[in-house]
Ligand binder design. Structure first.
Ligand SMILES: [Fe+2]
Ligand SMILES: [Fe+2]
Length: 280
């Protein structure tokens, strides 16, 4: 399959890890940080904002590792029931190898960042087990798309922002280039297969999908960051402030696609609205 012919990047040869990670520059663009636009953000000086961005960058890397672990397991489950003569066989192995390298790259950033190794909250750990136990193939590809779409928007903003450190930008660039093929595969799979999935499976996938996407959104703001930096009311301000509106906008490409495909239906749309994933 053509997607597996595209270039792959080894982060340990492509990226210069020799420079120490300092707060002379931002680690993520200010505008995508969860606290941006809140009173807590206004109260910080420039140096504090850069430090905070380093912690958010490490937390986002940890969320990336968490998502990629789930994605690899879903893809491996798909591979387990697939013959080697299936046209997707080689591609899915390439995708798994991509995610392995990405998690190694995110882990390297975390080990060098001088931050705690932030872990997703307990409910997300429980949600992970639940999802791996119940998710069918369609939910798997919805989950893959949701995580990859949201991270893609952060990565695209990061890779081209002059205020951000060269290391963060290099990490973001590798991720953007390799995730593009994952997203096109997941979209193509859902488009081709949605109508052939059994009625009951389709109903279950449609019902599960908004909760899976809400879990992905949840994983992108880690309360431990605000506890560690002692930012009073930080998590609430981030989770329910202007960031939440931005995420709904960032999700539009995904939710428009899922509406066209038929994963979001007239019946399930109010659930997406109630969870703040689409606008009313
Ligand atoms: Fe990845
Ligand atoms: Fe991916």
């Amino acid at each position: 399959m053509a997607a597996s012919e595209r270039a792959s990047f080894d982060p340990f040869t492509e990226i210069d890890w020799s420079q120490p990670i300092t707060d002379e520059q931002y680690h993520l663009p200010p505008e995508i940080l969860p606290l941006y636009g809140t009173s807590q953000w206004e109260a910080m000086d420039e140096a504090e904002r850069r430090t905070y961005s380093r912690h958010e960058c490490a937390a986002l890397c940890a969320a990336g590792i968490y998502f990629e672990n789930i994605l690899m397991r879903l893809v491996l489950e798909h591979l387990a029931v697939m013959g080697a003569d299936d046209p997707s066989h080689r591609y899915l192995l390439v995708e798994t190898a991509d995610e392995c390298r990405h998690s190694a790259m995110f882990g390297e950033y975390i080990r060098r960042a001088g931050t705690p190794s932030y872990q997703p909250g307990l409910h997300l750990q429980l949600g992970r087990s639940l999802m791996l136990a119940v998710a069918g193939r369609a939910e798997g590809y919805v989950a893959i798309l949701a995580a990859e779409e949201l991270l893609d928007i952060c990565n695209r903003a990061t890779m081209s922002d002059e205020r951000v450190s060269p290391l963060s930008r290099a990490i973001a660039k590798i991720h953007v280039m390799e995730e593009a093929r994952h997203m096109s595969y997941a979209r193509a799979w859902l488009t081709e297969n949605w109508s052939t999935v059994g009625r009951l499976d389709r109903l279950r996938a449609s019902t599960d999908a908004p909760f899976i996407v809400a879990g992905v959104v949840d994983a992108m703001v880690n309360p431990a960051v605000y506890r560690h930096l002692d930012i009073a009311g930080g998590w609430r301000a981030a989770r329910f402030g202007p960031w939440r509106e931005r995420v709904t906008t960032d999700l539009e490409r995904l939710t428009d696609f899922l509406s066209t495909t038929g994963v979001i239906t007239g019946v399930t749309r109010p659930v997406w609205q109630a969870l703040g994933l689409v606008r009313g």
